[in-house]
Design a protein around this ligand. Structure first.
Ligand code: PLP
Length: 464
């Protein structure tokens, strides 16, 4: 084998594949394994996407490259949706369509990071961000977020880690793995402080459509503004919660003026029926964003299309011009058929994911109830995503713990250490793709597992 440089050999593959492999082996030997491991929503793509892809097979254009930046009509449609829903002023030449959010992040990082540059990651971080930075010779720096603050990034948690070597900061809101949402005013402050220091912001907004009703981001003025997203109105199927089990968003304070003014109403009350609802704020909604902000987005989660590999990067047009050189060398363009399918999806219903909100809330409630019965587990619920980031009392080896849980309780969980050294002692449980019954059963198994006495310092147990 040729010599592999340290920037590659030092990378640690996240344990997802190992755990999934182990789960498959257990299943093959007749065990019923419940997966709370994968960060995927349980739903599949909208019919409009599938139909568009089917039709596209007969069109010769589908089988050729698009422009490096992606199909222009897709970029136009995306800009429209982002303006209406996210209050982002962005033009089609400031969008590059990518093969998923991960490729968008790699593209942004390769365009802007030099070897040796420090990149501050709010921690717990999304593991592929850390890997990408390392892979290109950047130096990841952890900025630990506090559980007491609900893992929400604040300027005060970032500032101590900013040095003259800092080139960029990575934000992820709502976060994978914690689900934490950065409060709008705090996000604005972070972007402005970093901008004044010439530090780039990579803002991963993968979970933009996943906000929980039981825990609003603090501050209550999220996304309020004249051009606020008209929640569910005018969009086919966007009736968030209506007709869906348990999805009675807006059941509180009917008729309240939710989000209608500059200092919009409290999230806690929820929007009035037929009222407006805005998802977590975007870093690109901050004035002057083009100076320093690069947004990473994806269609993977919002449209249940992880396998299609379609995402996007938003940045200043001159930066996009530079990034297109990397894009051309990397993949030329995102897969045409996927671009066609996601364009159909977003034109049909940008808020497609909202139809599944009620079901997700039921799953979340089941998990919350189950975890609350396990004395060694503590979950600080957060405002977004579909994760429980759970602290395990007396655990200092979450990898060994997750492995042992899988082995003996037959539940896949993801060890906290995957998301940074300061995330050790936690487990991530995803409820995106597990049914309520599976979640209840998983919690029963975890309760039985943790009821047994700990056997070693890692927090694992000898008997279930
Ligand atoms: C925060 C975050 N960013 C990016 C990605 C990658 O998504 P994609 O499928 O678009 O590459 C994920 C997937 O889990 C994620 O959680």
């Amino acid at each position: 084998m040729p010599r592999v440089p340290a920037r590659t050999s030092s990378l640690i593959l996240p344990p997802f594949d190992v755990l999934n492999q182990k789960a498959s082996t257990l299943r093959a030997t007749g065990h019923d394994v419940i997966s709370l491991g994968q960060a995927v929503p349980g739903f599949g793509p909208p019919a409009a996407a599938i139909e568009a892809a089917r039709r596209a097979l007969d069109d010769a254009q589908t089988h050729r490259y698009s422009a490096d930046a992606g199909i222009v009509t897709l970029r136009e449609a995306l800009c429209e949706k982002l303006a209406g829903h996210r209050l982002i002023d962005v033009q089609p030449d400031e969008v590059i369509v990518t093969a998923g959010g991960n490729q968008a992040f790699m593209l942004a990082a390769m365009t802007l990071i030099d070897p040796g540059d420090e990149v501050v990651l709010t921690t717990p971080y999304f593991v592929n961000h850390e890997m990408a930075i390392r892979a290109i010779g950047g130096v990841p720096v952890e900025a630990p977020l506090s559980e007491a603050d609900g893992f929400s990034a604040r300027w005060s948690s970032l500032e101590p880690h900013i040095t003259s070597r800092t080139r960029a900061v990575v934000l992820c809101s709502p976060s994978n793995p914690t689900g934490a949402v950065i409060e709008k005013n705090e996000l604005t402050r972070i972007v402005r402080e970093l901008s004044s220091r010439g530090v780039i912001v990579f803002s991963d907004e993968t979970y933009l459509h996943f906000l929980n009703e039981d825990l609003p981001p603090k501050g209550g003025s999220y996304g309020s503004g004249e051009k606020g997203g008209s929640y569910g109105s005018g969009e086919k199927g966007g009736s968030y919660g209506s007709g869906e089990k348990g999805g009675s968003y807006g059941s509180g304070e009917k008729g309240g003026s939710y989000g209608s003014g500059e200092k919009g109403g409290s999230f806690a009350a929820g929007p009035p029926e037929g009222g407006r609802y805005d998802d977590p704020a975007s870093a690109a909604a901050v004035d002057g964003w083009r100076d320093t902000v690069v947004v990473i987005g994806t269609f993977s989660k919002s449209f249940g299309m992880t396998g299609w590999r379609a995402g996007y990067m938003l940045a200043d047009r001159h930066l996009c011009e530079q990034a297109l050189k990397i894009q051309d060398a990397m993949i030329i363009c995102a897969p045409m058929i996927s671009q066609i399918a996601v364009e159909a999806a977003i034109r049909d219903n940008w808020n497609y994911a909202h139809a599944f909100h009620g079901e997700l809330m039921e799953r979340r409630a089941a998990l919350r109830e189950g975890i609350s019965r396990i004395a060694r587990l503590h979950w600080t619920p957060t405002a977004g995503g579909f994760f429980a980031f759970v602290r395990v009392a007396d655990c200092d080896d979450s990898m060994a713990l997750a492995s042992d849980i899988l082995e003996r309780a037959h539940v896949v969980t993801i060890p906290g250490v995957t998301f940074g050294s300061s995330a050790e002692g936690f487990l991530r449980l995803s409820y995106g793709a597990a049914t309520v019954d599976e979640l209840k059963l998983a919690c029963q198994r975890l309760a039985a597992y943790f009821a047994a006495p700990p056997a070693d310092p890692s927090g694992t147990v000898s008997q279930v």
